[in-house]
Write a protein that binds this ligand. Structure first.
Ligand code: SF4
Length: 295
């Protein structure tokens, strides 16, 4: 077994957060919902939304039957709301082709709408307790530091990096699943991007980056800083918030109050319509609503 596994899993046994999608009664579907929500949103924001969501739509069949406007409202401020619609599409496929049960096989999971390599691997490990190679930004950071002596991994995951991550994953299902959860948690709680807490780290004595004196990130100049203020993404977010909060279609003039810049609002609205997140009612003076909502 790789030398990192034992100390990191032992650390996890003691420090794992008590999260609802890790509770004994969780379902595979609930784990999938959590993974989709967690992809671009922190745990603290996901947790209350996940709880309310799973209470309202505990199964794939429940979500498949929901109105897309209700789904987008329940998604709330998690961001990247296309994820919500893709999740519902996934639920419909699970109902139509898998009798409402999430398939156990990783390849079958990958074939579902909106399920990429990461999510299929995460569900395989965390819901099924089976061996898979789970690689997210947290895992990549821990491995880059502990094994390669680098401040951060490359901007994009390569096949070679995925192979190296796979070399560390133990062979047996139970330990592999535990390792995946443990190393991800270590990256989230201890080996953080900006301020790693090496004093609390179970692999501090062997971490190559720490032993090398924590050299600076050699790719800092290539990393994209994601701006938010004043961007089209912010405009999209403001329009989506206004549409979610409105009980019905919003007149164009009301929507203008959500984002006053005409050109940017028009661009943002067009992109929302293209993504299936908003509908413009031609017959109602250009009123805008969520898909599936009453016209
Ligand atoms: Fe990360 Fe520090 Fe642990 Fe190395 S010693 S893995 S940098 S927390």
């Amino acid at each position: 077994m790789h030398a990192l596994v034992e100390p990191v899993v032992a650390w996890f046994d003691e420090h794992a957060r008590d999260l609802p999608w890790r509770a004994p009664g969780r379902t595979a579907w609930g784990v999938l919902v959590s993974e989709v929500m967690l992809q671009q949103t922190p745990v603290a924001r996901v947790e209350p939304v996940w709880r309310a969501w799973m209470q309202r739509w505990p199964t794939a069949a429940d979500l498949a039957a929901a109105g897309p406007d209700d789904v987008l409202r329940a998604w709330g401020r998690l961001g990247y709301p296309r994820r919500a619609l893709r999740l519902q599409e996934c639920a419909r496929t699970v109902v139509e082709h898998h009798g409402g049960e999430l398939p156990a096989d990783e390849a079958a999971l990958l074939a579902l709408p909106g399920i990429g390599t990461y999510t299929a691997a995460a569900v395989t490990a965390f819901a099924r307790g089976r061996r898979s190679v789970v690689v997210d930004t947290n895992v990549r950071r821990v491995l880059a530091r502990a094994l390669e002596g680098r401040a951060l991994p490359d901007p994009h995951l390569s096949a070679a990096e995925l192979r190296r991550a796979g070399d560390v994953v133990p062979d047996d299902d139970a330990t592999a699943a535990r390792w995946n959860a443990a190393v991800m948690e270590l990256g989230a709680l201890v080996c953080t991007a900006r301020a790693p807490r090496c004093g609390a780290c179970p692999v501090a004595t062997t971490c190559r980056w720490r032993l090398a004196g924590m050299p600076a990130d050699e790719l800092a100049h290539r990393r994209r800083r994601q701006a938010w203020q004043g961007t089209d993404r912010q405009a999209r977010g403001a329009l989506m918030a206004a549409l979610r909060d409105a009980p019905g279609p919003l007149p164009a003039a009301t929507l203008a109050r959500a984002w006053p810049d005409d050109a940017q609002r028009a661009r943002a609205l067009t992109s929302l319509v293209v993504d299936g997140l908003a509908v413009v009612d031609d017959g109602a003076g250009g009123a805008v609503r969520l898909p599936g909502g009453a016209a």
